[in-house]
Design a protein around this ligand. Structure first.
Ligand code: HEC
Length: 133
């Protein structure tokens, strides 16, 4: 019984930990990050037609990215709160996705982001944890 209870407690802690990180990413997520997604990604990654199962439409991006496994590389999350180098999304933008074992093309398919647009996304990811503390 005691064992069951502590296993339950561990499960609850895990769930709470995940949602706290998610909330921190929510707070750190700013209009400049969403505006990059809206301008450069939503045409192919929207709620109606989520390319690779990914929608980055306004109000969907956080739930589709944070702690969600990549469909191209199941061992990596699209976004790991506080860790841009462990985030598959960032590798897809920097063209290092093949180096980490992923597949497909660099994103966005039709071109590439400006340095400051990539920086806004990286800063958002790296700031996620900072907000939680
Ligand atoms: C012209 C259409 C198009 C645009 C624009 C586009 N994508 Fe994609 N995206 C795709 C397609 C098709 C795939 C799957 C094939 C591939 O990876 O090359 C994909 C795959 C991805 C994946 C992998 C999903 C996973 O689960 O691992 C990510 C992450 C991604 N895109 C992010 C973005 C971001 C961020 C932008 C904007 C900066 C963007 N894409 C713009 C078409 C697009």
């Amino acid at each position: 019984m005691k064992l069951v209870r502590s296993a339950l407690a561990a499960g609850v802690a895990l769930i709470l930990g995940t949602s706290a990180a998610m909330a921190a990413c929510d707070v750190a997520f700013t209009d400049d990050v969403q505006s990059v997604f809206t301008k450069k990604c939503v045409a192919c990654h929207n709620d109606r037609s989520p390319g690779s199962g990914l929608s980055v439409q306004k109000d969907s991006s956080i739930a589709n990215l944070v702690n969600v496994p990549s469909t191209e590389l199941a061992t990596m999350m699209r976004v790991v709160p506080g860790d841009s180098t462990a985030s598959y999304l960032v590798h897809k933008l920097l063209d290092t996705h093949l180096d980490v074992g992923g597949s497909g093309k660099r994103m966005p398919l039709s071109g590439r982001l400006k340095d400051e647009e990539v920086a806004a996304i990286i800063n958002w990811i790296d700031d996620c944890n900072a907000v939680a503390e």
